[in-house]
Structures are given as C-alpha cells and as structure tokens.
Design a protein around this ligand. Sequence first.
Ligand code: FES
Length: 142
Amino acid sequence: MVESHFDKLVSDLEAKLMEQAREVYSPEVIKHWEQPCNLGRLPSYNTCAKLTGQCGDSVEWFLEIEGEVIKNVSFLTDGCAGSIACNSVLSEMVKGKSLEEALSITPEDIIAALGGLPEKDKHCASLAIETLHTAIRNFWRK
Ligand code: FES
C-alpha cells in the first residue's frame, strides 16, 4: 500500500510527539501510557467513582470487591499521558490488595513506581488516588 502524503504527515507528527514525550517522561511512564493496564469499564463491578481534577480532566474507577479484597479493577480517563500512567500503575498496585492496603497507597508511591513524574503532572497521581479512595468510600456507604 502506498503511504499518502497525509499518512506521512501523521506518522511524522506521532514520531515527533513520542520523541518529545521520551525527553520528559521516564520509560515506565511511557510504557503505561502506550499500553495501559486495566483501561476500560469492568463488565461487573460493585462500586465506582468519577472525579474531575482542577485541570478539568476526569478519572473514573470501577472496583469489584469481594469481602475486603479488591478482586478486579479498571479505570477510564480523558486526562494526559501522566494521568493514564498514574491510573494504570495504581490499578496494578491495588489488584488483589485489601481495602486497607489500597487506602494506604500515597501519590508519592505512584510517582516512585513510575520512576518519577514531571512537576506539572504530580497532581495526576493525587487525582488517581482520590478517585480510588472515593470508590472505596462509596462501597462502604452501600
Ligand atoms: S489529569 Fe489533568 S493534567 Fe493530568
């Protein structure tokens, strides 16, 4: 298939954006951004929460809880690369954990697991944590 001029422009732009992202983000952030874990809506969940941060981006979490254990988890976000990476790594951190263990995870734990985040993206880790905590509180309210 012959690559059109438009296709070439798009692929050059994607390559440029990725090059700029690699200058700003750690390899772990890039990995979670390119291939997020647990992205989407669980087919079955017993609590959820959706929050919008000061940046205007939203994060939504879905939890399947059995007893006091997070059996399965997923998230959606319309946020930045940092938001996708924070929610992705957090979703892996909490799967199989007790609610108490999940509540003890801090934004700094997420940032450390990602090998660091640029200053401008640190609030993305807080938004991920706040959304998880709200979903757990919603579960307890039921
Ligand atoms: S979640 Fe809004 S900038 Fe990252």
